[in-house]
Design a protein around this ligand. Structure first.
Ligand SMILES: Cc1cc2nc3c(=O)[nH]c(=O)nc-3n(C[C@H](O)[C@H](O)[C@H](O)COP(=O)(O)O)c2cc1C
Ligand SMILES: [Fe+2]
Ligand SMILES: [Fe+2]
Length: 397
């Protein structure tokens, strides 16, 4: 059965959600599922904007066919070539053989790499600022390279003032009938997942996101229609500001985040003592995670959210405990920066994890790292509480 929602009089959402997927991109857990959005514009010409992932392509094809209601498909606009959106392209071409495909030069290079059908005979190549008239609607195109691949672009409908934003403004999470962000308690139910999506998928490309935001600002956008998650028609500037904060590597909340690894519990015990002292000092909403328990994608998102971070970690075979090492590598790979940090190391015979963690953190931009690294030998001792007080002082003043 088809399942579609109107975005405007002429534009209909024809996407679908996957609630079975365990790992998005085969790496990020998605316990709340994920949606793949696509849109049909019915004008004098018919236009399909993007496709979907293989997992939901049957539902999508049924939706497209229902909305077209017997009409042929004139254009397929490909804003983003990643297979979570393009897996169904070949099926669209087979069903609508006269369709013309709209994309930029890089889109067509990738399309030919992924598919064997005749791309050239269908290609309508567009450049930055170019427009396509479909009757009463005019579509214009703007490039947003590296949000999230080099060929990524956005399409703006000048008539309905809808921005088809590709992966930008997307979030993890399946849709539940409701399409618009204002139909959900977004801040309560979606914001954490929107942050986790942004940080992990495109967190590395803050500068490119800011460049894309500049282009968006130049337009009169009434609706943002992303490729994942809810569509925005209210409070757009609130969400755009969130994006600007995340892309600028600015913390969102004045909160302490404690990230620890512990094999036998002594490091955990030490950070519990620290957390209690922070609470005594008036610190509220302290966040604390065992890095062996929580997937790094959540921890990365928390690092983006909080302004002060404590890393506590045992030495493990003369190195950093592996789960913590993974997290630090992820932070570095995502260009993480601009935080106040404390490092606590643990070990029983040759303690070195702290020095190694400090070295990694020093390689990131604008990190304010507390000196010295606190060294705990096997278990925290009464006389070290003064050292914890120094840390609390640094974090709270
Ligand atoms: C496999 C393994 C390797 C370890 N390697 C080191 C090491 O190279 N240097 C060291 O000082 N301690 C080493 N340790 C000790 C840990 O750092 C130890 O777990 C810690 O002192 C106690 O903290 P915890 O209770 O939070 O795990 C190792 C422990 C394990 C289980
Ligand atoms: Fe993508
Ligand atoms: Fe995507």
């Amino acid at each position: 059965m088809y399942s579609v929602r109107k975005v405007t009089e002429d534009i209909t959402w024809v996407g679908a959600s996957d609630r079975r997927l365990s790992l998005f991109e085969n790496i990020y857990p998605v316990p709340g599922g994920v949606s793949y959005n696509a849109y049909v514009l019915l004008d004098e010409k018919t236009v399909l904007l993007d496709c979907v992932d293989r997992a939901v392509s049957d539902q999508f094809l049924e939706n497209v066919s229902h909305v077209l209601a017997g009409r042929s498909l004139d254009y397929l606009v490909i804003n983003h070539m990643e297979p979570d959106h393009c897996a169904a392209v070949e099926e669209i071409v087979l069903r609508y053989p006269d369709v013309q495909i709209v994309g930029n030069a890089k889109t067509f290079t990738m399309l030919k790499q992924f598919f064997a059908f005749d791309v050239d005979k269908r290609a309508v190549q567009v450049k930055e600022g170019q427009t396509l008239c479909t009757g009463t609607h005019t579509l214009s195109f703007a490039m947003i390279p590296m949000v999230h691949w080099p060929e990524a672009m956005v399409t703006y409908d000048l008539t309905d003032k809808v921005l088809f934003s590709a992966d930008a403004f997307g979030t993890f999470g399946a849709l539940r009938g409701n399409l618009f962000a204002d139909e959900y308690r977004f801040e309560r139910e979606w914001l954490d997942e929107a942050r986790r999506y942004l940080v992990n998928i495109v967190g590395k490309y803050g500068a490119q996101i800011l460049a894309a935001l500049k282009k968006v600002e130049a337009l009169d956008v009434q609706v943002i229609a992303p490729l994942h998650g809810p569509v925005w028609r209210e409070n757009i500037s609130w969400f755009v500001e969130k994006y600007r904060t995340w892309a600028s590597y600015l913390p969102e909340d004045h909160n302490v985040l404690i990230l620890y690894a512990s094999i036998y519990g002594h490091t955990e015990s030490a950070v519990n003592a620290l957390a209690g002292m922070l609470a005594d000092a008036g610190e509220k909403n302290i966040a604390m995670y065992d890095v062996s328990v929580t997937d790094p994608s959540y921890l990365l998102a928390e690092c983006w959210r909080c302004d002060r971070i404590v890393f506590a970690c045992p030495t493990y075979n003369a190195g950093i405990f592996p789960r913590m090492e993974t997290l630090l590598a992820e932070l570095a790979a995502h260009n993480f920066q601009n935080r106040r940090c404390v490092v606590m190391e643990q070990g029983t015979w040759a303690v070195s994890s702290g020095k190694q963690i400090r070295e990694i953190l020093s390689g990131l931009k604008k990190m304010d790292i507390y000196e010295p690294v606190l060294t705990v030998k096997s278990s925290l001792k009464e006389e070290q509480l003064a050292d914890l007080s120094g840390i609390v002082e640094f974090l709270t003043h």
